[in-house]
Unconditional design. Sequence first.
Lengths: 155, 213
Amino acid sequence: MKTIPCNPAPKRDKKMQKVKANDGVLTNFEVLNFLRSRGAGKDLTRVIAPIAPSEFKVYDYLEQTAACSQTRGSIISFVGKSKQYKLAEAEILNLINIRPSSVVEIDPIVEECDKRMGEGVEELVEMVLQVLPTPPSQMQSDDQVEFNKDDVREG
Amino acid sequence: VPTLHTLPGSAPEITEGYIQMFYLSKIEHTLRLPPHLLNLPVNQAIKGELEGLFLDKVIADLGLCISIYDIHSIDGGFITPGDGASTYTVMFRMIMFRPFVGEVIAAKLKESDREGLKLSLGFFDDIHVPEHLLPMPKQFEPESGNSNQGRWIWEFNGDNYPIDAVDEIRFRVHHVTYPSLPVEQEKASKPFAPMIVTGSLDADGLGPISWWV
């Protein structure tokens, strides 16, 4: 990947100062949205849009995550509905980025999940499934589940 | 573009030490615009210079620079005597990539050997999962004979769960380090990595996604 850290260079005419190291967090969706708004998804040649090759790599990664089908509205709704579970902000954003669809997937994200949430974790899973859009990769397996259920009923 | 924490009804204010995978960093930087860029609009020339300077590079403790997010102010434009270029002081924000300890991230398998795994996000490659942070009990299956390359297999309830390059692997960030630049590097040594993310697979829900879904 990359090169040496950008320390303040010894040259007299180049100087970098951190004004505010942390000026706010971004969900994967917001970064993807930012790249899309600059034309990342629209230019198939990838030479016309004013986007660097390294930025395209970030775009390609995010398009394969749950962020690719998320919306600002669904995220705002999710944050609001998460309040009752008393989750840390880092955990809420991690849930948004990963969009777990089962209890076992939530387990590594919420610290001491069992102790803090107990049965409530199943409600949280339901809420995730309802509020955050299904990522394309998960849609396939959801459809298959539906298909099997119908089979059982008819048999 | 408002970020999540500025929207009404959203989460409480960010505390100092709190970072997510992607976050904004505000930077002030003084740079010279070479004369050959003088025909471009100043904003554009400066953005180009900043991108060349920062994009895809690591700033110790801040992380990997992903994009120039916005430019707040540009001051200066003075030409120092004897210099064809003009000097500007720019205040801008960058999108940084720096995972926080405990964060769960989806990645792809890049390499697997006796020391553990190397995972990749495409735009960032230096994710190490050392063998002691793999789920136990585990076994290493070398590619052939005494080869250092091979795959790791988790043994659970009498079944074997191999870690292959087939699907997405979820890891949890264990720690992030910023090795200092070595004074000299031997020719055959591995390329220098300015930021290393060490991950763990040792918990329920981590590892190849096919194990759990």
